[in-house]
Each structure stands twice: as structure tokens, then as C-alpha cells.
Design a protein around this ligand. Sequence first.
Ligand SMILES: Nc1ncnc2c1ncn2[C@@H]1O[C@H](COP(=O)(O)OP(=O)(O)OP(=O)(O)O)[C@@H](O)[C@H]1O
Ligand SMILES: [Mg+2]
Length: 227
Amino acid sequence: MNDDPCVLVESLKKSFPTGDTRLEVLKGLDLTLHWGEFTVVTGSSGSGKSTLLHILGGLDRIDSGRVSCCGISIGAMTEKQLSYFRRDYIGFIFQNHYLIDDLTVRENLVLPGLMNSRDKLEVEQAADSLIERVGLSERRSHFPQQLSGGERQRVAIARAFMNNPRIILADEPTGNLDEENTTIVMEMLMEIIGEKGKTLVLVTHDQELAKAGETIYRLKEGVLHKL
Ligand SMILES: Nc1ncnc2c1ncn2[C@@H]1O[C@H](COP(=O)(O)OP(=O)(O)OP(=O)(O)O)[C@@H](O)[C@H]1O
Ligand SMILES: [Mg+2]
């Protein structure tokens, strides 16, 4: 770790085709993320929060500008380089968990580990340790549909840490949860982030949650405003 920014976004523009025109979503956005920093992005529905997170995670391309991670331009990467970038640097937590229904809790964690060409035994041990970390050891052979919403989100958090990524991108990880589960899930996420010194970008509508961020932005009219 050093003082160089972990992610640097400069003059980022992103639009989507809509009929004959294009919908301009991000309009020259700048953002600097430092290592180990906890950044929150808020903003109204449709303002482009998920779009920004997808771009940071190498899941979507940009129209113009520059997005670099550890000094490497993500925009210039081939699809193959992007997939390595995602595998090696990024842990994504989605609003709708996206667990694989046909796999157990443990298998949902083991899969991304094996995709990273790691030793099976080591991957299984890492999965078990993370499952324990999120308090679900008793549930490790359950399928996602046999879990509560909060439990599924805890599995999704554990999965995001499987390949020990340096950057965690969380898109409304508590969006579908009640207040009690929101607290449990957030405490768990914050504990693991703190322990492992990860860089976290959290997107949320929840004003209370937003206050936990070290740096808080509001995405409005295609650019970020520091709060
Ligand atoms: N693939 C796409 N094609 C066309 N339009 C899109 C696409 N993805 C997003 N958009 C549009 O871009 C805008 C920003 O979408 P985005 O999902 O980033 O918003 P958001 O801030 O995450 O909203 P929410 O809080 O509701 O999740 C929206 O108007 C959306 O309809
Ligand atoms: Mg969204």
C-alpha cells in the first residue's frame, strides 16, 4: 500500500442508447479513492450509482475519460485483461445477492475460489473460515432459498471476500433488508473491511448508513458532489 490513489476517475462520461438519442448518465465525473478508505455514494434513483459501480468494477465500458486502478487504465484493457482485473482486485456485493440457487452456501463460496485456480483444499478452508466469520457455519449446506434475506446477504458478503480482493464494491447491500438485518449485515461488512484493510465503495439510499462513510458523495446530474 502507498499514497498513490487506489482508483482514479477523470472526466468520466457514460451514456446509454435510448431510441434515436442517448441518455447521458455520467457527465464528466471525477473521483479519487485511496487505499483502505470507506467511500459512500448516495443519489436519487436513476442518477447513475450502479452504472458508476459497474464501471469501477470493470463490468461496463466508458464513453470517454479515464478510469485507472493502481495506475493501470481499465478502459484500455481487453476483455481478457478485464476478467483478470475483476478476479484479482474486485469483490462485488449486489443488491440482489446473485447467489447460485443450485449450489449450497459453501459451494457458492468455493466456486469463485476455484475459478481463481487455487488449490481445492485451500479454497474450501477459506470458504469455511469466511462462512464462520459471517456466523453461518450451521447453514453451510443450505441452499440460498432455505436462507433468510439477511443470511443470503451475509453469504454474498463472504463470497465477495473469497479471492481476497483489495477493493469491495457494494451496491445497496442492505436494500432489501429490514432495519434489524441491515444493522447485522452492515456491522459484519464493516468488521471484515476494517480487519482486512480493504477499500470499500458503498452505494446506499439510506441516509443513516451513509453517515458511516469517511467520504460521502451525492451523485447528481452526472457528477459527484462531496457532502
Ligand atoms: N443498460 C442500460 N441501457 C439503457 N439505459 C440504462 C442502462 N443501464 C442503466 N440505464 C439508465 O441509466 C440511468 C442510471 O441507471 P443506474 O442503474 O445507474 O441508476 P441508480 O442510481 O443505480 O438507480 P437506483 O437507485 O434505482 O438503483 C437510469 O436512467 C437507467 O434507466
Ligand atoms: Mg442502482
